[in-house]
Design a binder for this molecule. Structure first.
Ligand SMILES: NC(=O)c1ccc[n+]([C@@H]2O[C@H](COP(=O)([O-])OP(=O)(O)OC[C@H]3O[C@@H](n4cnc5c(N)ncnc54)[C@H](OP(=O)(O)O)[C@@H]3O)[C@@H](O)[C@H]2O)c1
Ligand SMILES: [Zn+2]
Length: 427
Protein backbone atom coordinates (compact mmCIF):
# COMPACT_ATOMS: atom_id res chain seq x y z
CA UNK A 1 0.00 0.00 0.00
CA UNK A 2 1.57 3.35 -0.94
CA UNK A 3 2.51 5.53 1.97
CA UNK A 4 0.42 8.63 2.48
CA UNK A 5 2.03 11.99 1.90
CA UNK A 6 0.80 13.64 5.06
CA UNK A 7 3.01 16.69 4.85
CA UNK A 8 0.98 18.47 2.22
CA UNK A 9 -2.22 17.56 4.02
CA UNK A 10 -0.98 18.83 7.33
CA UNK A 11 0.14 22.10 5.82
CA UNK A 12 -3.35 22.59 4.43
CA UNK A 13 -4.94 21.71 7.76
CA UNK A 14 -2.69 24.09 9.64
CA UNK A 15 -3.74 26.85 7.26
CA UNK A 16 -7.40 25.96 7.88
CA UNK A 17 -8.38 27.52 11.18
CA UNK A 18 -11.72 25.67 11.17
CA UNK A 19 -9.91 22.34 11.59
CA UNK A 20 -10.49 20.91 15.11
CA UNK A 21 -7.43 20.67 17.30
CA UNK A 22 -8.01 17.02 18.17
CA UNK A 23 -7.86 16.16 14.50
CA UNK A 24 -4.60 18.01 14.05
CA UNK A 25 -3.10 16.16 17.02
CA UNK A 26 -4.33 12.88 15.68
CA UNK A 27 -2.96 13.54 12.22
CA UNK A 28 0.34 14.74 13.73
CA UNK A 29 0.63 11.63 15.90
CA UNK A 30 0.24 9.48 12.82
CA UNK A 31 2.15 11.46 10.30
CA UNK A 32 4.43 8.51 9.57
CA UNK A 33 1.72 5.90 9.64
CA UNK A 34 -0.74 4.78 7.01
CA UNK A 35 -4.47 5.26 6.90
CA UNK A 36 -5.20 1.67 7.89
CA UNK A 37 -3.91 2.40 11.40
CA UNK A 38 -5.37 5.83 11.51
CA UNK A 39 -8.85 4.70 10.59
CA UNK A 40 -9.17 2.56 13.71
CA UNK A 41 -9.91 5.81 15.59
CA UNK A 42 -13.59 6.71 15.72
CA UNK A 43 -14.02 10.01 13.89
CA UNK A 44 -17.01 12.05 12.80
CA UNK A 45 -17.83 11.45 9.16
CA UNK A 46 -17.11 14.92 7.81
CA UNK A 47 -13.59 14.94 9.20
CA UNK A 48 -12.91 11.40 8.05
CA UNK A 49 -14.08 12.41 4.57
CA UNK A 50 -11.77 15.40 4.67
CA UNK A 51 -8.76 13.29 5.63
CA UNK A 52 -9.34 10.74 2.87
CA UNK A 53 -9.93 13.53 0.35
CA UNK A 54 -6.67 15.03 1.50
CA UNK A 55 -4.99 11.74 0.68
CA UNK A 56 -6.69 11.71 -2.73
CA UNK A 57 -5.41 15.25 -3.35
CA UNK A 58 -1.87 14.24 -2.39
CA UNK A 59 -2.05 11.32 -4.81
CA UNK A 60 -3.37 13.70 -7.48
CA UNK A 61 -0.41 16.06 -6.90
CA UNK A 62 1.95 13.19 -7.67
CA UNK A 63 0.72 13.58 -11.24
CA UNK A 64 1.99 17.15 -11.66
CA UNK A 65 4.17 17.16 -14.77
CA UNK A 66 2.92 13.69 -15.75
CA UNK A 67 -0.75 14.12 -16.63
CA UNK A 68 -1.02 17.09 -19.01
CA UNK A 69 -3.12 17.53 -21.12
CA UNK A 70 -5.23 15.45 -18.73
CA UNK A 71 -6.12 16.60 -15.19
CA UNK A 72 -4.30 15.51 -12.02
CA UNK A 73 -6.49 12.93 -10.28
CA UNK A 74 -5.97 10.80 -7.17
CA UNK A 75 -8.38 8.20 -5.78
CA UNK A 76 -8.70 6.33 -2.49
CA UNK A 77 -11.14 3.49 -1.82
CA UNK A 78 -12.08 2.89 1.82
CA UNK A 79 -14.17 -0.08 3.03
CA UNK A 80 -16.93 0.04 5.63
CA UNK A 81 -14.42 -0.57 8.47
CA UNK A 82 -12.46 2.49 7.43
CA UNK A 83 -9.62 0.50 5.87
CA UNK A 84 -7.95 1.81 2.71
CA UNK A 85 -8.33 -1.01 0.17
CA UNK A 86 -7.13 0.75 -2.98
CA UNK A 87 -5.39 3.88 -4.19
CA UNK A 88 -4.59 5.32 -7.59
CA UNK A 89 -2.86 8.28 -9.19
CA UNK A 90 -3.35 9.10 -12.86
CA UNK A 91 -0.53 9.67 -15.32
CA UNK A 92 -1.16 10.30 -19.03
CA UNK A 93 1.26 7.60 -20.15
CA UNK A 94 -0.17 5.13 -17.64
CA UNK A 95 -3.50 5.60 -19.48
CA UNK A 96 -5.71 4.24 -16.67
CA UNK A 97 -7.67 6.75 -14.63
CA UNK A 98 -7.01 6.97 -10.89
CA UNK A 99 -10.29 5.37 -9.86
CA UNK A 100 -9.66 2.37 -12.16
CA UNK A 101 -6.22 1.82 -10.59
CA UNK A 102 -7.80 2.03 -7.13
CA UNK A 103 -10.59 -0.39 -8.15
CA UNK A 104 -8.02 -2.88 -9.48
CA UNK A 105 -6.19 -2.79 -6.15
CA UNK A 106 -9.38 -3.12 -4.15
CA UNK A 107 -10.85 -6.03 -6.14
CA UNK A 108 -13.89 -7.51 -4.37
CA UNK A 109 -13.29 -5.20 -1.39
CA UNK A 110 -14.65 -2.31 -3.48
CA UNK A 111 -18.20 -3.63 -2.99
CA UNK A 112 -20.04 -1.27 -0.64
CA UNK A 113 -16.88 0.84 -0.17
CA UNK A 114 -16.45 4.61 -0.47
CA UNK A 115 -14.46 6.24 -3.26
CA UNK A 116 -12.64 9.46 -2.34
CA UNK A 117 -11.51 11.43 -5.35
CA UNK A 118 -10.56 15.06 -6.12
CA UNK A 119 -12.46 15.21 -9.44
CA UNK A 120 -15.81 13.89 -10.63
CA UNK A 121 -15.40 10.44 -12.26
CA UNK A 122 -15.74 10.58 -16.05
CA UNK A 123 -18.89 9.47 -17.83
CA UNK A 124 -17.68 9.66 -21.43
CA UNK A 125 -15.63 7.45 -23.69
CA UNK A 126 -12.18 9.03 -24.09
CA UNK A 127 -8.89 7.15 -24.44
CA UNK A 128 -10.48 4.79 -21.88
CA UNK A 129 -14.02 3.63 -21.09
CA UNK A 130 -16.18 5.73 -18.69
CA UNK A 131 -15.04 5.31 -15.07
CA UNK A 132 -18.58 5.63 -13.72
CA UNK A 133 -19.51 2.33 -15.44
CA UNK A 134 -16.58 0.58 -13.75
CA UNK A 135 -17.51 2.07 -10.36
CA UNK A 136 -21.13 0.95 -10.73
CA UNK A 137 -20.05 -2.54 -11.85
CA UNK A 138 -17.66 -2.84 -8.88
CA UNK A 139 -20.50 -2.08 -6.45
CA UNK A 140 -19.05 1.13 -4.96
CA UNK A 141 -21.55 2.35 -2.36
CA UNK A 142 -20.60 6.00 -1.95
CA UNK A 143 -18.55 8.60 -3.82
CA UNK A 144 -17.07 11.65 -2.09
CA UNK A 145 -15.43 14.12 -4.48
CA UNK A 146 -13.98 17.61 -4.18
CA UNK A 147 -15.48 19.06 -7.37
CA UNK A 148 -17.36 18.61 -10.60
CA UNK A 149 -15.29 17.94 -13.73
CA UNK A 150 -14.95 21.23 -15.71
CA UNK A 151 -14.80 19.15 -18.91
CA UNK A 152 -18.04 20.09 -20.73
CA UNK A 153 -18.31 16.41 -21.75
CA UNK A 154 -18.69 15.45 -18.07
CA UNK A 155 -19.66 18.42 -15.85
CA UNK A 156 -22.18 16.79 -13.53
CA UNK A 157 -23.13 13.88 -15.78
CA UNK A 158 -20.72 11.53 -14.00
CA UNK A 159 -22.35 12.29 -10.65
CA UNK A 160 -25.84 11.98 -12.18
CA UNK A 161 -25.08 8.54 -13.61
CA UNK A 162 -23.69 7.34 -10.27
CA UNK A 163 -26.75 8.64 -8.42
CA UNK A 164 -29.14 7.01 -10.85
CA UNK A 165 -27.39 3.70 -10.11
CA UNK A 166 -28.22 4.22 -6.40
CA UNK A 167 -24.75 5.39 -5.34
CA UNK A 168 -24.64 8.11 -2.68
CA UNK A 169 -22.69 11.10 -4.06
CA UNK A 170 -21.41 14.23 -2.35
CA UNK A 171 -18.92 16.88 -3.45
CA UNK A 172 -17.62 20.29 -2.38
CA UNK A 173 -15.20 19.41 0.44
CA UNK A 174 -11.67 20.84 -0.16
CA UNK A 175 -13.01 22.27 -3.40
CA UNK A 176 -10.75 25.33 -3.40
CA UNK A 177 -7.57 23.23 -3.30
CA UNK A 178 -8.93 20.86 -5.93
CA UNK A 179 -9.86 23.72 -8.26
CA UNK A 180 -6.42 25.31 -7.89
CA UNK A 181 -4.71 22.00 -8.72
CA UNK A 182 -6.53 21.60 -12.04
CA UNK A 183 -7.02 25.23 -13.07
CA UNK A 184 -4.96 24.95 -16.27
CA UNK A 185 -6.90 21.84 -17.28
CA UNK A 186 -10.14 23.76 -16.67
CA UNK A 187 -9.05 26.63 -18.90
CA UNK A 188 -7.74 24.36 -21.64
CA UNK A 189 -10.67 21.94 -21.75
CA UNK A 190 -13.24 24.74 -22.05
CA UNK A 191 -11.38 27.22 -24.28
CA UNK A 192 -8.69 25.10 -26.03
CA UNK A 193 -6.02 27.61 -25.01
CA UNK A 194 -3.52 27.42 -22.13
CA UNK A 195 -3.90 29.11 -18.77
CA UNK A 196 -1.45 32.02 -18.96
CA UNK A 197 0.53 32.99 -15.86
CA UNK A 198 2.70 36.09 -15.87
CA UNK A 199 5.70 35.64 -13.58
CA UNK A 200 8.40 38.16 -12.71
CA UNK A 201 10.95 38.78 -9.99
CA UNK A 202 11.35 42.43 -9.04
CA UNK A 203 12.48 44.93 -6.49
CA UNK A 204 9.98 46.61 -4.18
CA UNK A 205 9.78 49.50 -6.63
CA UNK A 206 8.79 47.21 -9.50
CA UNK A 207 12.09 46.94 -11.39
CA UNK A 208 12.97 43.63 -13.04
CA UNK A 209 16.58 44.53 -13.94
CA UNK A 210 19.15 47.32 -13.66
CA UNK A 211 19.72 49.46 -16.76
CA UNK A 212 20.05 47.08 -19.72
CA UNK A 213 23.79 47.21 -20.37
CA UNK A 214 24.55 46.22 -16.76
CA UNK A 215 22.07 43.35 -16.78
CA UNK A 216 24.12 41.33 -19.27
CA UNK A 217 25.74 38.70 -17.13
CA UNK A 218 29.00 37.34 -18.45
CA UNK A 219 29.01 34.50 -15.92
CA UNK A 220 25.63 33.34 -17.22
CA UNK A 221 26.80 33.68 -20.82
CA UNK A 222 29.79 31.43 -20.21
CA UNK A 223 27.61 28.89 -18.39
CA UNK A 224 28.95 29.90 -14.98
CA UNK A 225 27.05 30.88 -11.83
CA UNK A 226 24.97 34.03 -11.81
CA UNK A 227 25.47 36.34 -8.89
CA UNK A 228 23.01 39.13 -9.75
CA UNK A 229 19.71 37.44 -8.97
CA UNK A 230 17.02 39.74 -7.63
CA UNK A 231 15.41 37.18 -5.32
CA UNK A 232 17.03 34.67 -2.99
CA UNK A 233 17.50 30.93 -3.30
CA UNK A 234 14.19 29.80 -1.87
CA UNK A 235 12.11 32.05 -4.17
CA UNK A 236 14.16 30.84 -7.13
CA UNK A 237 13.65 27.20 -6.10
CA UNK A 238 9.92 27.94 -6.08
CA UNK A 239 10.16 29.29 -9.63
CA UNK A 240 11.50 25.87 -10.63
CA UNK A 241 8.40 24.29 -9.03
CA UNK A 242 6.24 26.67 -11.08
CA UNK A 243 8.12 25.76 -14.25
CA UNK A 244 7.55 22.11 -13.41
CA UNK A 245 3.80 22.76 -13.26
CA UNK A 246 3.78 24.34 -16.72
CA UNK A 247 3.79 22.88 -20.22
CA UNK A 248 5.49 25.93 -21.78
CA UNK A 249 7.48 29.01 -20.82
CA UNK A 250 7.76 32.19 -22.94
CA UNK A 251 10.16 35.14 -23.11
CA UNK A 252 10.98 37.84 -25.64
CA UNK A 253 14.22 37.80 -27.60
CA UNK A 254 15.27 40.88 -25.60
CA UNK A 255 15.62 38.70 -22.49
CA UNK A 256 17.60 36.07 -24.41
CA UNK A 257 20.01 38.72 -25.69
CA UNK A 258 20.35 40.35 -22.25
CA UNK A 259 20.56 37.28 -20.00
CA UNK A 260 21.23 34.21 -22.15
CA UNK A 261 18.85 32.12 -20.01
CA UNK A 262 18.34 28.35 -20.24
CA UNK A 263 14.64 28.42 -19.34
CA UNK A 264 14.63 24.76 -18.24
CA UNK A 265 12.69 22.94 -15.53
CA UNK A 266 15.36 22.25 -12.90
CA UNK A 267 12.93 21.13 -10.17
CA UNK A 268 14.36 17.61 -10.35
CA UNK A 269 10.85 16.12 -10.62
CA UNK A 270 9.93 13.86 -13.54
CA UNK A 271 7.89 15.27 -16.41
CA UNK A 272 6.19 13.55 -19.34
CA UNK A 273 6.87 16.18 -22.00
CA UNK A 274 9.87 18.51 -22.03
CA UNK A 275 9.06 22.07 -20.99
CA UNK A 276 8.49 23.90 -24.29
CA UNK A 277 10.69 27.02 -24.39
CA UNK A 278 8.99 29.64 -26.54
CA UNK A 279 10.73 32.80 -27.77
CA UNK A 280 8.95 35.76 -29.36
CA UNK A 281 11.42 36.93 -31.96
CA UNK A 282 9.88 38.78 -34.91
CA UNK A 283 13.05 38.98 -36.99
CA UNK A 284 14.92 35.87 -35.85
CA UNK A 285 17.55 37.67 -33.80
CA UNK A 286 18.14 34.69 -31.47
CA UNK A 287 21.92 34.18 -31.36
CA UNK A 288 22.96 30.77 -32.66
CA UNK A 289 25.56 30.72 -29.88
CA UNK A 290 22.95 31.34 -27.13
CA UNK A 291 22.49 28.66 -24.49
CA UNK A 292 18.93 28.18 -25.70
CA UNK A 293 20.06 27.38 -29.25
CA UNK A 294 22.91 25.22 -28.00
CA UNK A 295 20.67 23.10 -25.75
CA UNK A 296 17.68 22.90 -28.14
CA UNK A 297 16.27 19.46 -28.77
CA UNK A 298 13.07 20.41 -30.62
CA UNK A 299 11.94 21.92 -27.29
CA UNK A 300 12.81 25.51 -28.28
CA UNK A 301 10.15 27.17 -30.41
CA UNK A 302 10.80 30.55 -32.00
CA UNK A 303 7.73 32.45 -33.11
CA UNK A 304 8.67 35.03 -35.72
CA UNK A 305 6.97 37.24 -38.28
CA UNK A 306 9.78 37.40 -40.82
CA UNK A 307 12.43 34.72 -41.24
CA UNK A 308 15.56 35.07 -43.27
CA UNK A 309 16.00 31.65 -44.86
CA UNK A 310 19.63 31.11 -43.97
CA UNK A 311 19.22 31.99 -40.27
CA UNK A 312 16.12 29.83 -40.10
CA UNK A 313 18.02 26.83 -41.48
CA UNK A 314 20.96 27.47 -39.15
CA UNK A 315 18.70 27.43 -36.09
CA UNK A 316 16.69 24.45 -37.30
CA UNK A 317 19.93 22.53 -37.76
CA UNK A 318 20.62 23.13 -34.06
CA UNK A 319 17.25 21.61 -33.11
CA UNK A 320 15.32 24.89 -32.79
CA UNK A 321 11.78 24.94 -34.16
CA UNK A 322 10.91 28.08 -36.12
CA UNK A 323 7.28 28.97 -36.73
CA UNK A 324 6.17 32.00 -38.68
CA UNK A 325 3.00 33.81 -37.64
CA UNK A 326 1.33 36.67 -39.55
CA UNK A 327 2.63 39.95 -38.09
CA UNK A 328 0.20 42.00 -36.03
CA UNK A 329 -0.88 45.22 -37.78
CA UNK A 330 0.31 47.42 -34.93
CA UNK A 331 4.03 46.58 -34.71
CA UNK A 332 4.82 43.77 -37.14
CA UNK A 333 5.47 41.35 -34.27
CA UNK A 334 3.66 38.06 -33.67
CA UNK A 335 0.26 38.74 -32.13
CA UNK A 336 0.23 37.33 -28.58
CA UNK A 337 -3.39 36.12 -28.75
CA UNK A 338 -2.47 34.18 -31.91
CA UNK A 339 0.54 32.75 -30.05
CA UNK A 340 -1.69 31.54 -27.22
CA UNK A 341 -4.13 29.97 -29.71
CA UNK A 342 -1.27 28.23 -31.52
CA UNK A 343 0.03 26.79 -28.25
CA UNK A 344 -3.47 25.52 -27.44
CA UNK A 345 -3.49 23.68 -30.78
CA UNK A 346 -0.22 22.07 -29.66
CA UNK A 347 -1.97 20.71 -26.50
CA UNK A 348 -0.17 23.20 -24.26
CA UNK A 349 -2.50 23.60 -21.26
CA UNK A 350 -0.37 26.04 -19.26
CA UNK A 351 1.98 28.82 -20.28
CA UNK A 352 4.23 30.84 -17.99
CA UNK A 353 5.39 34.18 -19.39
CA UNK A 354 8.71 35.19 -17.84
CA UNK A 355 9.19 38.56 -19.50
CA UNK A 356 10.90 40.87 -20.02
CA UNK A 357 9.35 44.31 -19.85
CA UNK A 358 8.20 44.54 -23.49
CA UNK A 359 6.59 41.11 -23.59
CA UNK A 360 5.00 41.57 -20.14
CA UNK A 361 3.41 44.80 -21.33
CA UNK A 362 2.22 43.26 -24.61
CA UNK A 363 0.68 40.27 -22.81
CA UNK A 364 -1.19 42.51 -20.38
CA UNK A 365 -2.35 44.85 -23.15
CA UNK A 366 -3.59 41.90 -25.24
CA UNK A 367 -5.62 40.63 -22.25
CA UNK A 368 -4.22 37.08 -22.46
CA UNK A 369 -3.00 36.93 -18.84
CA UNK A 370 -5.11 34.79 -16.48
CA UNK A 371 -2.98 35.04 -13.36
CA UNK A 372 0.18 36.56 -11.97
CA UNK A 373 2.93 35.20 -9.74
CA UNK A 374 5.01 38.21 -8.81
CA UNK A 375 8.07 37.80 -6.57
CA UNK A 376 9.42 40.78 -4.63
CA UNK A 377 12.84 41.17 -3.02
CA UNK A 378 13.23 43.78 -0.26
CA UNK A 379 15.38 46.08 -2.40
CA UNK A 380 14.79 49.42 -4.06
CA UNK A 381 16.57 49.84 -7.38
CA UNK A 382 15.28 53.23 -8.50
CA UNK A 383 16.50 54.96 -11.63
CA UNK A 384 14.58 55.97 -14.71
CA UNK A 385 16.57 53.63 -16.96
CA UNK A 386 16.29 50.44 -14.91
CA UNK A 387 13.85 47.95 -16.44
CA UNK A 388 10.24 48.15 -15.21
CA UNK A 389 8.01 45.10 -14.76
CA UNK A 390 5.92 46.19 -17.76
CA UNK A 391 7.06 48.67 -20.40
CA UNK A 392 5.05 49.94 -23.34
CA UNK A 393 2.55 52.73 -22.93
CA UNK A 394 0.79 51.10 -19.97
CA UNK A 395 -2.87 51.66 -19.13
CA UNK A 396 -4.34 55.14 -19.47
CA UNK A 397 -6.23 55.18 -16.19
CA UNK A 398 -6.53 53.34 -12.89
CA UNK A 399 -9.92 52.00 -13.93
CA UNK A 400 -8.38 50.46 -17.09
CA UNK A 401 -5.57 48.79 -15.13
CA UNK A 402 -6.06 45.01 -14.68
CA UNK A 403 -7.24 44.18 -11.16
CA UNK A 404 -5.66 41.23 -9.35
CA UNK A 405 -8.33 39.26 -7.50
CA UNK A 406 -8.12 36.57 -4.80
CA UNK A 407 -4.52 37.57 -4.10
CA UNK A 408 -2.50 35.26 -1.85
CA UNK A 409 0.76 36.17 -0.19
CA UNK A 410 3.66 33.68 -0.12
CA UNK A 411 6.85 34.13 1.92
CA UNK A 412 10.27 32.95 0.78
CA UNK A 413 12.64 34.00 3.55
CA UNK A 414 13.07 37.75 3.15
CA UNK A 415 11.34 37.70 -0.24
CA UNK A 416 7.61 37.40 -0.85
CA UNK A 417 5.30 36.76 -3.77
CA UNK A 418 1.78 37.73 -4.75
CA UNK A 419 -0.27 35.10 -6.55
CA UNK A 420 -3.57 36.34 -7.94
CA UNK A 421 -6.02 36.20 -10.79
CA UNK A 422 -6.91 38.62 -13.57
CA UNK A 423 -9.49 36.13 -14.87
CA UNK A 424 -11.31 33.14 -13.42
CA UNK A 425 -9.76 30.02 -15.03
CA UNK A 426 -13.11 28.26 -14.61
CA UNK A 427 -15.19 30.98 -16.34
N1 LIG B 1 13.41 39.92 -13.22
C1 LIG B 1 12.71 39.24 -14.08
O1 LIG B 1 11.77 38.53 -13.72
C2 LIG B 1 13.03 39.33 -15.55
C3 LIG B 1 12.52 38.37 -16.41
C4 LIG B 1 12.81 38.49 -17.76
C5 LIG B 1 13.58 39.53 -18.22
N2 LIG B 1 14.07 40.43 -17.35
C6 LIG B 1 14.87 41.57 -17.83
O2 LIG B 1 14.13 42.24 -18.83
C7 LIG B 1 15.05 42.84 -19.72
C8 LIG B 1 14.63 42.56 -21.12
O3 LIG B 1 13.41 43.19 -21.38
P1 LIG B 1 13.03 43.56 -22.86
O4 LIG B 1 11.77 44.33 -22.80
O5 LIG B 1 14.21 44.15 -23.53
O6 LIG B 1 12.86 42.13 -23.53
P2 LIG B 1 11.69 41.13 -23.79
O7 LIG B 1 10.37 41.63 -23.38
O8 LIG B 1 12.14 39.80 -23.27
O9 LIG B 1 11.78 41.04 -25.37
C9 LIG B 1 11.26 42.08 -26.13
C10 LIG B 1 11.46 41.78 -27.56
O10 LIG B 1 10.67 40.65 -27.93
C11 LIG B 1 10.38 40.75 -29.30
N3 LIG B 1 8.96 40.45 -29.55
C12 LIG B 1 8.49 39.67 -30.53
N4 LIG B 1 7.18 39.63 -30.53
C13 LIG B 1 6.76 40.40 -29.53
C14 LIG B 1 5.48 40.78 -29.07
N5 LIG B 1 4.35 40.31 -29.62
N6 LIG B 1 5.40 41.62 -28.03
C15 LIG B 1 6.52 42.08 -27.44
N7 LIG B 1 7.77 41.78 -27.84
C16 LIG B 1 7.90 40.95 -28.88
C17 LIG B 1 10.70 42.18 -29.72
O11 LIG B 1 11.87 42.17 -30.50
P3 LIG B 1 11.69 41.99 -32.09
O12 LIG B 1 10.83 43.13 -32.53
O13 LIG B 1 13.07 42.00 -32.62
O14 LIG B 1 11.03 40.69 -32.26
C18 LIG B 1 10.98 42.89 -28.43
O15 LIG B 1 11.92 43.89 -28.54
C19 LIG B 1 16.42 42.30 -19.41
O16 LIG B 1 17.16 43.27 -18.71
C20 LIG B 1 16.15 41.15 -18.49
O17 LIG B 1 17.16 40.94 -17.55
C21 LIG B 1 13.83 40.36 -16.02
ZN1 LIG C 1 -12.27 8.38 -15.84
Amino acid sequence: MPKILWNHCLRDFLRDTSCPLWLLLLAGRHKNSDVNRMSSYPMPNHDTDELFLCQALDLARQGIGLTSPNPCVGAVIVDSKGQVVGTGSHTYDGLKHAEILALEQAGEKARGATLYINLEPCSHQGRTAPCVDALIAAGIGRVVACMEDPNPLVSGQGFAKLRSAGIEVSFGLLEEQARALNESFAKYISHHIPLVTLKAAMTLDGKIAPPQKQSTNSAARSGGTRTDWITGESARAHVQELRHQHDAILVGVGTVIADDPLLTDRSGSPRRRPLLRVILDARLRLPAESRLAKTAQEDVLILCSFAEDEKKKQLQKLGVRVHQLPPADSDGRPDISAVVRLLGQMEITSLMIEGGATVNAAALADGVVDKVFLYYAPRILGGTTSVPFAGGVGFASISDAPYVKSARLHRFGEDFAIEGYLKDPYA
